[in-house]
Ligand binder design. Structure first.
Ligand SMILES: Cc1cc2nc3c(=O)[nH]c(=O)nc-3n(C[C@H](O)[C@H](O)[C@H](O)COP(=O)(O)OP(=O)(O)OC[C@H]3O[C@@H](n4cnc5c(N)ncnc54)[C@H](O)[C@@H]3O)c2cc1C
Length: 462
């Protein structure tokens, strides 16, 4: 029995975990294929994670942020697409795209909000049982808004739950720094709205921003804007590496100009002394005092701050998948074959060969991790990549293997993105050559993404 017959015979829905942009796109593709989505969203509304960073402007324009199947669904209800070249704020992505999408009867009737998935397993089988595993439905356990926990039987599971709820700790070894838990009151959310919603917590305070990614860059520039009105605001910035070059980015070489400009602005603020940069500052402990928190580096240096902003990245919640048979890259915690293509140790490009169901498959058949969570701990995920993932995954679930394997390029070809001899594909050939698209096997790699103008990942900078 192939996948389509199997799903049809079971007459069961396909669970989609998370109503972010990728989860909702998966639902739209399922509907187009005549399959029944059952969407679980932990938050009170669709796009609950993006709601937390609604004040941040995306660096990719609308035309790369919309999924084709959702656009077809929305347009059939009279929706008008935003200007394709405009850069939306997170809030606009929610208000002008995700909220109208979630409100369509076809989606609303299949969306359960306030429903947090706490576990996924095969019905009646724990992880050690092999017999009939492939044809056994899944059980999705969810805690619902009414306080009840219920088990839902589904034919397949698409986990699009993102990584927003699991920030990496401040500690330098992947563990929380000693005292990090007890200092929780002095640690903000990862992307606070320092000039708006959260202004009072930052105005006139000593703020320590920790981390070297786009979140750090956004927070630092926001704090610099705040400091213009509130001159007592002091901005400290601690990075683990020997330099902040990664944040400054590729400038004019960045394929997304907004991203290049952000890094350039941070550089100028540091050079002008508006931001006090501390490099090589791997955090070992935090000591919360009544008046402030003291943050200590592994080499003994200390910084005093009123509030710490953790821009340390995110990691996937694998606990809910404990009873499933997964195959993950040991470093990146992405599906095994995807891991080497996006490993931040080697990649800074944000480019990746288009890939789909075959690359994202796990030993447990008909289970897929997609979207931000599919990148595990790698920070370079782009929505356009996720939309192609779910188009392919849903085609596979519908039994259309040809469509599933024809991974398509939805973005302009960016060619090689490194500034030296390497490409985004300079990963161990054996692993790269197995990708859906065979990226590195071809002489002219075709990549989805946008060059950052940086030459390498961490291995090139530290
Ligand atoms: C500040 C920022 C800027 C970004 N800018 C861009 C950009 O310009 N361009 C771009 O292409 N990408 C960008 N990204 C990356 C990425 O596209 C976004 O993070 C995007 O939101 C990922 O979509 P997603 O659907 O995979 O996950 P999310 O948007 O995180 O959605 C996951 C959903 O799952 C829900 N959920 C979580 N756990 C559970 C559970 N256990 N049960 C039920 N529901 C659950 C969450 O509440 C959430 O609604 C940016 C990311 C960040 C953080």
């Amino acid at each position: 029995m192939d996948a389509a017959q199997n799903l049809a015979a079971q007459a069961l829905p396909v669970a989609v975990i998370g109503a972010g942009p990728v989860g909702l796109a998966a639902a739209a593709h399922l509907l187009e294929r005549g399959l029944e989505p059952l969407i679980f969203e932990a938050g009170t509304t669709a796009g609950a994670a993006i709601e937390q960073w609604r004040h941040i402007r995306l660096f990719s324009p609308w035309r790369f942020n919309l999924d084709a199947a959702t656009v077809r669904l929305l347009e059939s209800a009279g929706w008008e697409a935003p200007r394709p070249t405009a850069l939306p704020y997170g809030g606009e992505l929610v208000d002008n795209y995700l909220a109208p999408l979630a409100a369509l009867p076809a989606i609303a009737s299949r969306l359960q909000t306030g429903a947090r998935v706490t576990a996924v397993t095969r019905a009646g089988l724990d992880k050690t049982h092999t017999r009939n595993r492939d044809t056994t439905p899944f059980t999705v356990r969810a805690e619902h808004a009414d306080g009840e926990t219920r088990d839902h039987t589904v034919a397949a599971v698409i986990d699009a739950s993102g990584t927003w709820s699991r920030r990496n700790p401040l500690g330098t070894s992947g563990l929380p720094a000693i005292g990090e838990d007890t200092a929780a009151e002095r640690i903000s959310a990862p992307l606070p709205d320092v000039t708006g919603r959260d202004r009072a917590a930052f105005a006139g305070r000593r703020v320590l921003v920790v981390g070297a990614g786009h979140s750090a860059a956004n927070t630092l520039t926001g704090l610099a804007d705040l400091a213009k009105d509130e001159p007592d605001t002091r901005i400290l910035w601690a990075v683990r590496g020997a330099s902040a070059a990664k944040v400054y980015g590729g400038g004019d070489l960045d394929g997304l100009p907004a991203r290049g400009q952000l890094g350039g602005r941070v550089r100028r603020l540091v050079e002008a002394g508006k931001i006090e940069l501390h490099t090589g500052f791997g955090i070992s402990s935090l000591k919360a005092l009544d008046s402030h928190v003291t943050v200590e580096a592994a080499d003994g240096r200390t910084l005093d701050a009123d509030v710490v902003v953790p821009c340390t990245g995110f990691r996937p919640d694998l606990d809910i998948l404990r009873e499933l048979r997964l195959e993950l890259d040991p470093a990146v915690e992405a599906p095994r074959e995807l891991g080497p293509l996006i490993d931040p140790e080697f990649h800074s490009c944000g480019t990746v060969p288009p890939h789909g169901a075959r690359l994202l498959a796990h030993p447990d058949k008909d289970f897929y991790i997609v979207g931000m969570k599919s990148y595990g701990r790698a920070p370079t995920f782009l929505l356009a990549t996720g939309y192609e993932q779910v188009r392919s995954v849903v085609a596979a679930l519908a039994g259309d293997r040809e469509a599933a394997d024809t991974v398509q390029l939805e973005l302009p070809e960016t060619g090689v993105c490194s500034t030296d001899a390497g490409t985004s594909c300079d990963v161990p050939a054996a692993s790269a050559a197995q990708s859906d698209a065979g990226c590195c096997a071809s002489p002219e790699p075709v990549l989805v993404g946008f060059p950052t103008g940086l030459s390498h990942g961490r291995s090139g900078s530290n």
